[in-house]
Design a protein around this ligand. Sequence first.
Ligand SMILES: NC(=O)C1=CN([C@@H]2O[C@H](COP(=O)(O)OP(=O)(O)OC[C@H]3O[C@@H](n4cnc5c(N)ncnc54)[C@H](OP(=O)(O)O)[C@@H]3O)[C@@H](O)[C@H]2O)[C@@H](O)CC1
Ligand SMILES: [K+]
Length: 535
Amino acid sequence: MTEVLTAEQMRAIEQAAIKSGAVSGLELMERAGRGVVEAICDKWPEFSVGSVAGGAAPRPAAVPRDISEKLKRAAVLCGPGNNGGDGFVVARLLKERGWAVKVFLYGDAAKLPADAKVNYQRWCELGAVQALSTVTFEGDQIWLLTDLVVDALFGTGLTRAVDLPLVALDAEPAVGHTHQVVAIDLPSGLCSDSGRVIGEGAVQADLTVTFHRRKCGHVLADGPEYCGSVVIKDIGLAPTAEVGGQSRPVWRDAPDAGVLAKGQGAHKFTHGHALILSGGAGRTGAARLAARGALRIGAGLVTLGVPPSVQMEVACQITALMLQRVGEAGALREILSDDRINAVCLGPGLGQERARELVPIALQNHERAVVLDADALSAFGDDPQALFDMLHNKCVLTPHGGEFARLFPDIAQRLAEPALCGPAYSKLDATREAARRAGATVLFKGADTVIAEPDGACSVSAAIYDRSAPWLATAGAGDVLAGFITGLLARGVAPHEAAATAAWLHVGCARSFGAGLIAEDLPEQLPKVFSDLGI
Ligand SMILES: NC(=O)C1=CN([C@@H]2O[C@H](COP(=O)(O)OP(=O)(O)OC[C@H]3O[C@@H](n4cnc5c(N)ncnc54)[C@H](OP(=O)(O)O)[C@@H]3O)[C@@H](O)[C@H]2O)[C@@H](O)CC1
Ligand SMILES: [K+]
């Protein structure tokens, strides 16, 4: 788990380091620029060729002669703040490595912040600076005849739409020529906190190099699409305690094997008993998927609660799962009188009418964990507050975008409004606000899944970059996720941890199976994913 930072949090960390005397702003900028050049050379080995002041950079053996020995050309676009300052450092370092570098400045050099101005002046001793304007974009289109465009226009300080045709940087290259685009900290035009494009457009980068930690904008909304790939460079900032503002969201890496392993000598009740409620005839598949997920993830026992009319339909399809008739409210009350059932899942295929009847019963015992998904959420679209009034701290809601909008229409609307200024309202903000209002854990699904608690604690578990899982967009995948969460809750994992771990494993299963995935495959991949985790 690593922190994901907002612009404000990053600034606070930087300021704390400078104030402590541990490092100067100028030194941080130098390290940032150096980190960018390193990342460029790592990603494109052919770019690492050239002379470095004090010695020649090694030529990778794999690079053919004719490519490696051509003079490399870079266009560095610098903005009016410290992101621009990083750009001047990169320009200088590339020049020292033998590149032909053209530098453009958007804004007034006299108004650059102090550290950026120092690096502007250092660059001026090496080369010229041309003014960057819309005309430059329309005019000589320098980036079409370069090998590398360095976007140092705006980073965490973006406050409004950029008045430049940034999409032109991604224009079709000249015939027989390609150029790469590297963004410093963030692609300009992308909001660091929300991952949303402020205004009309943002730079489409091939590589984004950021510092110290990921920013929220790298992992949310449009961020992954615009960032290309993200490299995080250490610039020597120490991990710091939270400074003001909200708690820092965390990025979920692989779960701790210790949480998922089963100890020796345990019996099935040690790992809990999950009850998954099913809907009526022809609608039992979703609950069966969830139940299979709960069982595979390690719940000791999993029972499907089905209306009497579908008992045969379901019985024909299951083996290790157990079956109980749960017709109306009274039947559920009776089965839940068994305290060993410690986690319940309602929603997948349940039907809204059945959900309205059964959800209140399932929520009565505040010691029992409850996952509410699909119909169990939509059923309360007319009166979300009635649902919120029944929730407690062992509940997990797992809405997708449509269900989220039904329960939290005002929050969803705010999130959908165009982002006109930065920092813009984000999915993290929205999920936190929803969790606070609901008084329960909310897992807001998507490629950028966010999990939030009423107290503001927040995780991102996303299917992006090297964990992208396009085949996960398939019918029934959400039902399996609800089952995974329910199974972990039955095993005694706390709600936030259960939701975040399940989300990570869900993506892991999809990636492990690969192309052709359907929902049924997800639980069946868990043994392999567990094994890869050393469990
Ligand atoms: N924090 C750290 O630890 C480190 C940070 N570092 C680097 O600093 C970067 C942050 O620097 P920063 O705060 O100066 O912000 P930055 O993005 O350069 O822009 C601010 C300027 O742009 C202006 N402006 C905004 N939007 C605009 C628009 N649409 N169109 C026109 N102008 C607009 C804004 O004007 P204002 O809103 O004040 O009118 C202000 O003048 C960070 O991303 C990283 O690269 C590294 O050096 C290493 C350590
Ligand atoms: K940038």
